[in-house]
Design a protein around this ligand. Structure first.
Ligand SMILES: Cc1ncc(COP(=O)(O)O)c(C=O)c1O
Length: 388
């Protein structure tokens, strides 16, 4: 039985999949069983920062899996503590809670914010078009009704403000508001970057009102934008930052980082995760984070991102179906004139053996592994020009 049939027979059908299954990967390329090579400009949806078969990830997986995979948080875990120290070093964040996914990291942020509010303040304002996850609390924080459909009622206390509209945010806040939930670049929402001036105003407003600024960096974090955290582009210091996706270089791991003033609200027994911060996930993630921070990769991301944007903008000028380019670093979006144009482009690129994704209504999402080479961007641009 082939994979398509087996999947249809035995796997719940909640994903719309492209008719391709990969067997192995190397660098920025994936290979199917027939040996066809695909250039990957989606990286497992912004996960595989170091691409495929990278020695840093492969060696770390091999080394740690031979030593110890899981022990539980009943005991001290050296690898977890090392990763926490590495993640918080030279940042405004002091402490880390580890879990296994983006939704779980955001769920932790919502829960700690509620504890911070001491039952008096509990409302959270997130942005329209945001995406924060699929658990009930993170779904409630997600400002897109299409994801809520059928799961209503959402949890109490979540409000949605227009993105990049400070006045609307102010109107949504009242004396019960405990936190603002924020993506610096809305990923699933269509690669929409926040304006610097707007972020500064929101941040100052939060500070003045003792409202927590929660940065959802599940997708923007771990170097994707050319800085380790996207908040570094905006000159602010969030109270809580969540990470996942790229954090483990493909191994599932999530993290909620916070300042001490917030971290202290998680006390013995208040929250937990069986697998969170296992020796295995922590060690692999440590090696990935160390590499991202120390290898000069993020400088490359900025340079290649600028180069990529320039190439894309030149194409946009000459093609009717393409509208504009958005994003920072290697978290980029090509906004198309219509949803259909975006769908067609994703499909046509797949036929040319290039992987990209769709985000929001009409954006084609471009998030290659951060180890992408300039010649691969050129190859992508050539194919894109022809396909459009
Ligand atoms: C910004 C953001 N937050 C949260 C999530 C949820 O992460 P996960 O799918 O790991 O639960 C995503 C996933 O796309 C995301 O992009």
């Amino acid at each position: 039985m082939n994979v398509f049939k087996k999947t249809a027979d035995c796997v719940i059908g909640n994903y719309k999949r492209f008719e391709v299954a990969f067997e192995k990967g190397d660098g920025c390329y994936l290979y199917d069983k027939a040996g066809s090579r695909y250039l990957d400009f989606l990286a497992g949806i912004a996960v595989n920062v170091l691409g495929y078969n990278h020695p840093v990830v492969v060696d770390a997986v091999q080394e740690q899996s031979k030593k110890l995979i899981h022990v539980s948080n009943l005991y001290y875990i050296e690898e977890q503590a090392d990763l926490a120290c590495l993640l918080t070093k030279d940042t405004p964040l002091d402490k880390v809670f580890f879990c296994n996914s983006g939704a779980e990291a955001n769920e932790s942020a919502i829960k700690i914010a509620r504890l911070y509010g001491k039952s008096e303040k509990y409302k959270i304002v997130s942005m329209k078009n945001s995406f924060h996850g699929r658990t009930m609390a993170t779904l409630s924080a997600t400002g897109q009704t299409k994801y809520h459909k059928g799961f209503e009622p959402m949890l109490d206390g979540f409000l949605y403000a227009e993105f990049n509209d400070f006045n609307d945010l102010k109107q949504k806040v009242d004396d019960k508001t405990v936190a603002v939930f924020f993506e610096f670049i809305q990923g699933e929402g269509g690669i929409n970057a926040a304006d610097r001036d707007y972020v500064e105003k929101v941040y100052d407003f939060c500070k003045a009102k003792d409202i927590l600024f929660i940065a959802d960096e599940v997708q923007t974090g771990t170097g994707r934008t050319g800085k380790f955290f996207a908040f570094e582009h905006y000159g602010i210091e969030p109270d809580i930052v969540t990470l996942s996706k790229a954090l483990g270089g493909g191994i599932p791991i999530g993290a909620m980082l916070s300042k001490d003033s917030v971290a202290k609200y998680f006390t013995y027994g208040s929250h937990g995760s069986t697998f969170g911060g296992s020796p295995f996930a922590s060690y692999v993630s440590y090696k990935v984070v160390e590499y991202v921070k120390k290898s000069g990769l993020m400088g490359r991301v900025s340079q290649l991102g600028d180069y990529f944007v320039e190439g894309l903008e030149n194409i946009v000028k000459t093609k009717d179906s393409a509208e504009s380019v958005s994003g920072i670093g290697l978290m980029l979006g090509l906004k198309m004139k219509s949803s259909e144009d975006a769908d067609n482009l994703v499909k046509s690129l797949l036929e040319k053996k290039i992987l990209v994704g769709k985000a929001g209504e009409s954006t084609v999402r471009l998030e290659p592994p951060l180890v992408v080479e300039k010649y691969q961007i050129d190859e992508f641009l050539d194919v894109l020009r022809n396909v459009l």
